[in-house]
Design a protein around this ligand. Sequence first.
Ligand code: SF4
Length: 69
Amino acid sequence: MAFRPPPTTDEDRRRLATYAGLCAGCAHLQVLRSRRSTFVRCGRADDEPGFERYPPLPVRECPGFERRG
Ligand code: SF4
């Protein structure tokens, strides 16, 4: 069974906007939080081997980017 993190909220995206680059506005973003850290996870990586599960930030170009909403 694949890991499914909790839904990414607007607050998650606001906090990421300054350093995550494209991921902050992407429909495939998944945000994972621990007590001290926030991780940017790419949801496309679950099914598509060409994508890194935890991409180096900021992401400036990405062929998988899809604007959310
Ligand atoms: S598809 Fe690209 S822009 Fe979207 S979350 Fe994954 S790495 Fe970031």
